[in-house]
Design a protein around this ligand. Structure first.
Ligand code: ARG
Ligand code: ZN
Length: 854
């Protein structure tokens, strides 16, 4: 069943108010809902309430029990005569049997909800679509000993005790909201509390709710929340609007976190942190996700989406906002590099594969499948391009206008773009293609220099490859920041300028160019495109040493490495000298931030190398990359050891500078190990044992697990024994082994899938093992198809429990077109087996069938 964007019609009935009455119990929860419904226009259609899995125990209209109703596709249809009625329904649901983790479910003995996108219909009958906005009143009753804390959206109104050990609480959310933002939590939790005073002087009571044992791990998240609230006031003029803001951490969660109004619910991995159990990466991700969900209060909640095709309206914009926040907390250059690396790892392959879709899709079967890197990360890049084209003042005027115009409504991507145009006077008509065309544009750039006339001519052209359902593409608007440097003097020959390439091809002439120019292009990654240039290894090496845009400098090094690795994968050998010299130059440049150095000297991933090749040859890529790593490790051994020693710290500190040193230290350790040095395993094990923080410990473990030393076994055992009662850290233990470069990784992973601590029921654990293995390019793509078979078996099993989480792991199998005929046939075979599985979910069916067809 396909849902199309062009078929949108406004809701037949509005529900201005809803009162919900929960008698909470893990085995059987009763839900009574009272809806004030109002006919939206002069039509005679019945009221249709979405539902999934329940049957009504009773239905009343205006206080009178009725029998004139029926079920259709899980929903409840009630014919009504008048224009306004009060509808009461009662259902019973079983949270502890809810393995999909959508709707009301149990996690770690507590009860919680996840409604986005369509989970509310698993709780009660309701028009479960984002353009129906209601004021919610919630009454909860529960056993007080088991569920001492009762939370819902909005403000707490009253609470009290009942006989027989139960208690109750009432909550009221004054802001009309769609059902996907509904939330409640009942559990045995404690709060880390603080107060935030908003810019207009209102005090907001903040609470981060966790198990008592985890309380000490909430400081970082709480601080990040306060910083986010202040940042949104300062940068976007957005103030928080309720008197309370609560966050609850749960262990079983399908994704990162959820922005429910006033009651965010988080995967505990994005809340809990201390130096002993969380890496720097985890700390950063926690701050970013806390900020992301908080920022949704305006970009998502105050202004929501009219329909799910508009998902990027809130997600792309909110990712752009959280990226800006994170950039302001430390090195903006490193943050940009990380974001682009993520985009290239997840979104570019999606845009080039069978599941490609525009950031505003035209159709879907299951909306859960569209919470993608395209909607989120390419969506953020599209907002970033608007900000680049408009400049900071006009962009801010645009967001101000958008927030003012659409506050309290369910809006569209078009509303956002029109606000930007109205506030800035900039015509974005052609730019709108970014919302409708899928695929990553490819730009070619080449400079011709005539020394006699001092004229340099830059020729740019663009092409967007076909994607499923979109064979012909129009030229896009590509904002390209570029600059010319002198090859001899390293002087600026042409200052940075922003070129808006909106034609299939264009020439730009520079006069007075006295020496041979070197092109620096797409500086700051100003457009999310692939740039192909004819720049030589020498020019790339030059830029990697001299470019004054940190991203462009990183990019030049990446390109130099990629060119070398692709050649080596194709020919079995390549000249490594240019890469080695460029890395040496970077390590020797004392002016550079160690965090930046660590990013720049890392080789591109196997997967990204494969993306540059007409046919992915995983074994050849692995060999080429290992050979280059070994050579870089050996040739620069003294430098790596010097960098390693210089990065030692006396004690743990979480600051941008300390993080950068830790990162560089583990990168250096990796190169020392890659060199084959006899002392490498001992060095890694020493770091593992001496570490006073998880970053160093995990970094050492990641180095050891790819090798074959006795230290590997010892470190895995020590790590397991030390953290066997900490689920989040145990995930790292599973994940490190799934990402290993060893030849026997599949056997190890298969064995781990039978480990007593492995379960598919917990999404974090499933992703740590199965998800990580399926992005281990070499192990997953073993020539005999055993990796594909293993993953398909696991996903078929997972689908029976949790379709959403299973379907998210289909894309690696969908990359078959990129491989040789033998692998492609094996991958297709597994996809066909999945599609033929009896009782397969709609989620899995859509992902697997599209992966076969595309
Ligand atoms: N809105 C949440 C966030 O990005 C994520 C919800 C994901 N929902 C889903 N069905 N995958 O902040
Ligand atoms: Zn979001």
């Amino acid at each position: 069943h396909v849902i199309r964007r062009e078929d949108y019609t406004p809701p037949d009935w509005q529900v201005p108010e809803i009162a919900l009455d929960f008698a909470l119990d893990a085995a059987a929860t009763s839900v009574r809902a009272t809806l004030n419904v109002v006919r939206s226009s002069a039509h005679d259609r019945p009221l249709v309430l979405d539902g999934a899995g329940q049957t009504p125990l009773s239905v009343k209209v205006d206080g009178v029990a009725v029998n004139d109703w029926w079920l259709k596709d899980g929903g409840l249809v009630i014919p009504l005569r008048g224009s306004a009625h009060v509808i009461e329904t009662e259902v019973e649901i079983a949270p502890e049997r809810n393995t999909q983790l959508m709707g009301l479910y149990a996690s770690g003995g507590n009860l919680c909800t996840q409604c986005e996108a369509e989970g509310f219909r698993r709780i009660t009958f309701f028009p479960d679509r984002p353009d129906v906005l209601s004021v919610y009143k919630v009454h909860m009753v529960a056993d007080k000993a088991r569920y001492p804390v009762l939370l819902a959206n909005g403000d707490p109104i009253a609470q009290g005790d009942l006989p027989d050990g139960r208690h109750w609480a009432d909550w009221h959310d004054p802001f009309p909201k769609p059902s996907y933002l509904f939330a409640l939590v009942a559990g045995d939790l404690v709060a880390n509390r603080a107060t935030f005073t908003t810019m207009s002087g209102r005090d907001v009571a903040l609470g981060i709710w966790v198990r008592a044992a985890d309380l000490a791990k909430t400081e970082h998240a709480l601080a990040a929340l306060q910083t986010s609230m202040a940042w949104d006031e300062r940068v976007y003029g957005r103030e928080y609007d309720l008197d309370v803001f609560n966050i609850v951490a749960v262990d079983d969660f399908n994704f990162g976190a959820m922005e429910n109004k006033g009651l965010n619910i988080f995967n505990s991995r994005y809340i809990l942190a201390d130096a002993d159990t969380a890496t720097d990466y985890d700390f950063d991700a926690i701050a970013a996700v806390v900020a992301h969900e908080y920022f949704h209060n305006w970009s998502g909640n105050r202004i929501t989406c009219r329909d799910w095709f508009q998902l990027s309206l809130k997600e792309g914009f909110t990712v752009f906002r959280d990226q800006g926040f994170s950039a302001d907390q430390g090195s903006a250059a490193v943050k940009r590099i990380e974001d682009v690396r993520g985009l290239r790892a997840a979104q570019f392959p999606e845009d080039a594969g069978p599941l490609a879709h525009p950031i505003r899709p035209d159709e879907y079967q299951e909306i859960s499948n569209f919470y993608t890197a395209t909607i989120y990360n390419k969506g953020a890049e599209v907002i970033r391009m608007i900000a680049t084209i408009l400049g900071p003042q006009r962009f801010r005027a645009g967001t101000d206008l958008y927030f003012e115009r659409f506050d309290g409504t369910a809006a569209t991507c078009e509303d956002f773009v029109a606000s930007m145009e109205a506030a800035s006077g900039v015509d974005l008509s052609q730019f709108r293609l970014w919302y409708s065309q899928a695929g990553t544009p490819r730009v070619t750039a080449s400079v011709a220099h005539d020394a006699g006339s001092g004229r340099a001519t830059l020729t740019l052209s663009q092409r967007t490859p076909p994607t499923p359902g979109q064979l012909d593409k129009q030229p896009m608007v590509l904002p390209l920041k570029l600059k010319l440097f002198g090859a001899e003097t390293a002087q600026t020959l042409a200052a940075e300028q922003l070129v808006l390439l909106d034609q299939p091809s264009e020439q730009i002439v520079f006069e007075g160019i006295s020496e041979r120019p070197v092109l620096s292009i797409n500086r700051g990654f100003s457009a999310p495109v692939v740039v192909e240039t004819d720049r030589s290894a020498a020019d790339l090496a030059f830029l990697s040493a001299h470019d004054d845009d940190p991203f462009a400098r990183y990019e030049a090094m990446q390109q130099l490495m990629l060119d070398t690795l692709v050649e080596s994968a194709a020919n079995g050998t390549a000249d490594h000298r240019a890469v080695i010299a460029a890395i040496a130059g970077t390590l020797d440049d004392a002016a550079l931030d160690p965090a930046f150095v660590a990013e720049v000297v890392l080789l591109p991933s196997d997967a990204f190398i494969g993306d540059q090749m007409a046919r992915v040859d995983p074994e050849a890529i692995f060999r080429a990359r290992e050979a280059l790593r070994r050579d870089v490790g050996r040739s620069l051994d003294t430098r790596w050891r010097a960098a390693y020693d210089a990065a030692q710290a006396d004690s743990f500190e979480y600051s941008p500078a300390a993080k950068g040193l830790r990162r560089l230290k583990t990168v250096a350790l990796g190169y020392i190990a890659a060199s084959g040095a006899a002392d490498a395993a001992g060095l890694a094990f020493g770091q593992f044992e001496a570490a006073d923080n998880m970053t160093d410990r995990q970094g050492a473990l990641a180095t050891l697990v790819s090798g074959d030393s006795p230290e590997r076994i010892a470190a895995l055992d020590i790590f397991y024994n030390r953290y066997s009662d900490n689920a989040l850290v145990l995930d790292k233990w599973f994940q490190a082994q799934a990402l290993s470069a060893r030849d026997d990784t599949l056997e190890i992973v298969a064995e781990l899938s039978r480990h007593r601590d492995f379960t598919l029921a917990n999404p974090n654990r499933a992703r740590a093992l199965i998800g990580a293995f399926s992005v281990n390019q070499r192990a997953f793509n073993a020539a005999d198809g055993a990796g594909y078979r293993f993953v398909a078996d696991q996903l078929i099993a997972l689908d029976r429990l949790n379709p959403q989480t299973a379907a998210k792991m289909i894309p690696p199998l969908g990359r078959w077109r990129r491989f040789d005929a033998a692998r492609a046939a094996l991958m297709r075979g597994e996809l066909e087996r999945i599609v033929a599985t009896p009782g397969l979910s709609k989620d899995m069916f859509e992902q697997a069938s599209k992966s076969l067809a595309g």
